[in-house]
Design a protein around this ligand. Structure first.
Ligand SMILES: [Zn+2]
Length: 336
């Protein structure tokens, strides 16, 4: 697998539609849209996850009428192979392949790691003034950005798309972990694929990202950004069983309500019930905050089989997709 430089889609290709164009692509692709200043660059990465199409849909929107770009803008559309597996945009990554957004800064025998390295090398060679990586959450959610750096530059990139930014210490092998002062990188989660607003978030943000003369000074897309620190990733331990149901399911190690994602980004009070635990109790779950500060017992307690919050907290990236909850995580949280 390698990045292919391809031309901007033609009017004829645009008429045939996005999926048809993706089908004609030789693999992961790179497109370049020259701007007024051809010596400056910005990079948009999207579709690292094949089931998160808001970014590529926003790209497709701009194919016909791209705004006047202030600088040269590059689009990298990555996991087309997964996105076309089965029904379009239903597969995060192929079963025998690693998750593409866990391959950056890592090595492995799968060609996905080499592709991640190639993408990074391209970015580093261009020295873009900003990089955004556009995703969707797996459950319904408001939009938010994720960054490992909370400085002004990263906030300003985030503010083009959303008013919320998670500042994380968790290292997973995501692209934005490769950020630098010269080329700040931010992940944008546009909200769930089914959320009506998600494509609009991507389109509005990209419009500013492409057209603003100076991303870091006086641009019209600026919103003050709420920063959330130290998100904790909450997972079920390997090989345990998870159910989504509105009451405890016998034999399951954790039962979560099927509409738990309605809590995305809402403050929940201490003692709020999150779900139901099985015979292993709290020991069924584990956390990762990148620093080891929040073991599971610091965040939750069990009472009569119910899983409850110890402190007021915000939960987000809550998924109700069983496979993603098990392979990735149940949700993230920040504690007040
Ligand atoms: Zn994603």
């Amino acid at each position: 697998m390698t990045l292919h430089d391809v031309p901007w889609p033609t009017e004829e290709e645009h008429k045939q539609g996005l999926v048809s164009w993706l089908n004609a692509m030789p693999g992961p692709v790179w497109l370049t849209l020259p701007g007024k200043d051809v010596n400056r660059h910005r990079v948009v990465v999207t579709l690292l996850h094949g089931n998160e199409q808001s970014g590529v849909e926003a790209f497709w929107h701009f194919v016909q009428n791209p705004p006047v770009c202030a600088v040269t803008v590059h689009f990298c559309i990555v996991n087309i192979e997964a996105s076309l597996h089965g029904a379009p945009f239903t597969t995060r990554h192929l079963e025998h392949k690693p998750d593409m957004n866990r391959c950056f800064g890592k090595t492995g025998s799968d060609p996905s790691y080499a592709l991640a390295a190639e993408l990074l090398a391209r970015i580093n060679a261009l020295k873009p003034e900003a990089v955004v990586d556009i995703h969707n959450t797996s459950g319904t959610s408001p939009a938010f950005a994720v960054s490992i750096n909370d400085d002004e530059k990263h906030q300003q990139i985030a503010s083009l798309f959303t008013e919320r930014m998670l500042c994380t210490s968790v290292r997973l092998g995501a692209l934005m972990e490769q950020t630098s002062d010269a080329s700040p990188m931010v992940t944008v989660e546009c909200g769930g694929v089914k959320d009506h607003n998600s494509v609009e978030v991507a389109k509005n943000g990209l419009h500013h990202f492409m057209s603003a003369e100076d991303l870091f000074f006086n641009h019209t897309g600026f919103w003050p950004v709420e920063r959330l620190y130290h998100p904790v990733r909450v997972q079920l331990k390997p090989d345990l069983s998870l159910c989504y149901h509105d009451r405890f399911v016998e034999e399951s190690d954790l039962t979560l309500p099927p509409d738990i994602d309605r809590h995305n980004f809402g403050w929940m009070a201490a003692d709020s019930q999150i779900g139901w635990l099985g015979t292993k109790g709290l020991d069924a779950m584990t956390t990762n905050d990148g620093e080891g500060k929040y073991p599971i017992s610091a965040l939750f307690y069990e009472q009569d089989g119910e899983l409850r919050l110890k402190h007021p907290a915000k939960l987000f990236m809550i998924t109700t997709k069983h496979a993603i909850a098990l392979s990735d995580c149940l949700f993230y949280m920040v504690v007040d």
